[in-house]
Design a protein around this ligand. Structure first.
Ligand SMILES: [Zn+2]
Ligand SMILES: [Zn+2]
Length: 394
């Protein structure tokens, strides 16, 4: 344990340099071409075996342990690498050089941490048996690069036994981490409803089927799903994001378009939302003689941390950085995270890495144009990934 901490502390300047380089050169989802090239050049320096251009710009590194053992286990560690369409506001030297694009979700940090983890595990190959697969994943912020990477076969040959990842968290002080077993991120799904009535003169509603009045009923009824149909001990959100219809005060339009987001933390509640939003919309339309079109667009499944893996990781973290710096439990978020695809098929854990520092003025939430991190958190990420890999494989 001591030698990993020593090695990462020695490498700290390099980790920060990597993070700043990536931060200055952010690229949008599935366009991470230069980021991929940079990662590959760093991996060449380290001297590890890798495969690039997976699912477009993804990179898979494989490090095989050289310690003798009868058992062969494989751990996968994932970092995402895409940025957001945001204009950065900062007086730091390492401000984004790519106008209108910014690493406002900390994926630059995730990438730098994983590069260091490659370096450490490659150096300490003699200290573990089995295999570590380290992946740099594109496109987390849009439709998700996790699924296409999984579909390309990265969980096979050798078969992956468990997956881990981290996310920067500006609500947690730098130096601390948080591990939460069970649901951590929601399924951020979208829905689209079209109410098709029959338009006409606003003075003659009896000759029309008014889609606006019908939509008002639908919206009120959808608000009851969470309060009346979801178990009070489960979390869910149904929000309407847009309503479009009409052209004038005295014309009843033909149709109304409604869009919204439906979020939940379990597969069961997700299925309930999908079914009931559709049934309620169709039912209210039918009651008024209108037609209904309904589409539920599934983005990511909920991210559910494996309980046993969470506890195991937490114990390793307590040993490495002290129990006083490790928070266990806490609440989930209704945002989405496509690491969830890993959690659906293998025992998985995503932990939160604190990066807040009020003294340095680093307090902005993710996805804000002033987001930044306390870079002292980077080495903690690399130490914990590396320590846990050794613990898991031995
Ligand atoms: Zn994000
Ligand atoms: Zn993110």
């Amino acid at each position: 344990m001591d030698k990993i901490i020593k090695k990462v502390n020695n490498d700290e300047r390099l980790i920060i340099e990597n993070r700043r380089h990536i931060h200055q050169n952010p690229e949008l989802s599935f366009k991470e071409f230069k980021t991929m090239e940079y990662i590959c050049s760093q991996l060449d320096n380290i001297g590890v075996h890798y495969e690039s251009r997976i699912a477009g710009t993804g990179v898979l590194v494989q490090v095989d342990g050289e310690k003798e053992s009868n058992e062969h286990k494989t751990l996968l560690i994932r970092a995402d690498m895409d940025a957001l369409p945001i204009q950065e506001v900062s007086d730091k030297q390492y401000i984004s050089q790519n106008d209108g694009v910014m690493h406002a979700c900390g994926h630059d940090a995730h990438t730098a941490v994983l590069l260091e983890t490659c370096r450490v595990l490659n150096e300490f190959r003699d200290d573990f048996s089995g295999t570590v697969k380290l992946i740099f994943q594109p496109g987390e912020e849009t439709r998700g690069g996790a699924k296409p990477m999984i579909d390309s076969g990265i969980l096979e040959n050798p078969n992956v036994d468990a997956c881990i990842a981290l996310h920067m968290d500006p609500d947690i002080q730098a130096g601390k981490i948080r591990v939460k077993p069970g649901s951590l991120y929601a399924s951020p799904d979208d829905f689209y409803i079209k109410v098709i009535g029959r338009g006409g003169h606003g003075a003659e509603p009896h000759r029309c089927i008014d889609p606006i009045a019908i939509s008002a009923e639908i919206i009120c009824a959808l608000m009851n799903i969470v309060s009346r149909e979801v178990n009070p001990f489960d979390e869910a959100v149904v929000s309407i994001g847009s309503i479009h219809s009409g052209t004038a005060t005295n014309i009843i339009p033909d149709e109304v378009q409604i869009t919204g987001t439906a979020r939940s933390l379990t597969n069961d509640v997700r299925a309930l939302l999908k079914k009931r939003i559709g049934e309620i919309s169709h039912g209210i339309c039918a009651a008024h003689g209108a037609k209904c079109e309904y589409e539920f667009s599934e983005l990511f499944p909920p991210l559910i941390n494996d309980s046993a893996l969470s506890e195991r990781f937490y114990r390793t973290a307590c040993r490495a950085i002290g129990e006083e710096n490790c928070i266990y439990g806490g609440s989930a978020t209704m945002a989405g995270e496509d690491f969830s695809y890993f959690s659906q098929v293998r025992p998985s854990l995503l932990f939160k890495l604190g990066c807040r520092n009020e003294k340095l003025g680093i307090v902005s939430p993710i996805h804000q144009n002033t987001f930044d991190i306390d870079e002292s958190s980077l080495k903690i990420g690399a130490i914990l990934f590396s320590e846990f890999a050794l613990e898991f494989l031995n």
